[in-house]
Design a protein around this ligand. Structure first.
Ligand code: PEP
Length: 256
């Protein structure tokens, strides 16, 4: 059985001082919360401070993006090796805000996943359809393309360790979450494709989590779906108490 995986994406919020305060408070509150993997993703500038504040705790640290090269003349970019050295173990790749605002493509996502794995980081790979694509009943086609092109060339062993975040674009930061049934349907489709393209073992081990306006009052119904292995939480992860509630309720929903 897959351990529930709940990650907070802080986007461009929190200074180093705010990060340290949050992580110190949060690690104390979750120290006895087992049966769930917990991760927070601060901005690049706070990754090292977060990793130090979380040392020897059950809170893992992620970065929110990486460049695919190890080093080079890429002004403003940060490599997987640099992120790993700063103490993160995970990295978000292909978030819809990167895709829509910064021109991220399935091809760049693919290179970034390879770079993350090479640097010893676990990629949290975001996929999901826009509202118009859902309206046009293209959801499964979009997911297929993002999986096929984004994960192209990955071995089954690597695939088994990956976290795939199904994040319908229309649900991110809008307060409009997918219904548990919509999430379960998309997750089942994703796992079917992973089984087909990477084999049953990799598909069974890989986490498929949901993201898009997850809050303390909808996490239980989302995580009650056996296909939903966890959550990628944006806005509601910025507050310690709200994220704690999501983590504990999500874990409890799965234990029932
Ligand atoms: C996200 O940033 O991945 C996200 C899902 O944001 P929100 O929870 O705020 O919709």
């Amino acid at each position: 059985m897959r351990t529930p995986f709940i990650a907070g994406n802080w986007k461009m919020y929190k200074t180093v001082a705010e990060t340290v305060k949050y992580v110190k408070e949060f690690r104390a509150l979750v120290k006895d919360v087992d049966g769930v993997e917990i991760v927070v993703a601060p901005p690049f500038t706070a990754v090292r401070a977060a990793a130090e504040a979380a040392r020897n705790s059950n809170v893992g640290i992620a970065a929110q993006d990486l460049h695919w090269e190890r080093e080079g003349a890429f002004t403003g970019e940060v490599s997987g090796a640099m992120i790993r050295e700063a103490g993160a173990e995970y990295v978000i790749v292909g978030h819809s805000e990167r895709r829509t605002l910064f021109g991220e493509s399935d091809a760049s996502v693919n290179r970034k996943i390879a770079a993350a794995c090479a640097a010893g980081l676990c990629p949290i790979v975001c996929i999901g359809e826009t509202f118009d694509q859902r309206e046009r009943q293209e959801t499964f086609d979009v997911l297929d393309r993002q999986i096929k092109q984004g994960l192209d060339g990955l071995t089954s062993d690597r695939m088994a360790q990956l976290v795939v975040a199904y994040e319908p674009v229309w649900a991110i930061g809008t307060g409009r979450n997918a219904t548990p049934e919509q999430a379960a349907e998309a997750h089942a489709h994703i796992r079917r494709r992973l089984r087909q393209w990477f084999g049953p073992d990799a598909a069974e081990l890989c986490h498929v989590i949901y993201g898009g306006s997850v809050k303390p009052d909808n996490i239980t119904s989302l995580m009650s779906q056996p296909e939903v292995d966890g959550a990628l939480v944006g806005g509601a992860s910025l507050d310690v108490r709200s994220f704690l509630e999501i983590v504990t309720k999500g874990r409890d929903a799965r234990l029932r």
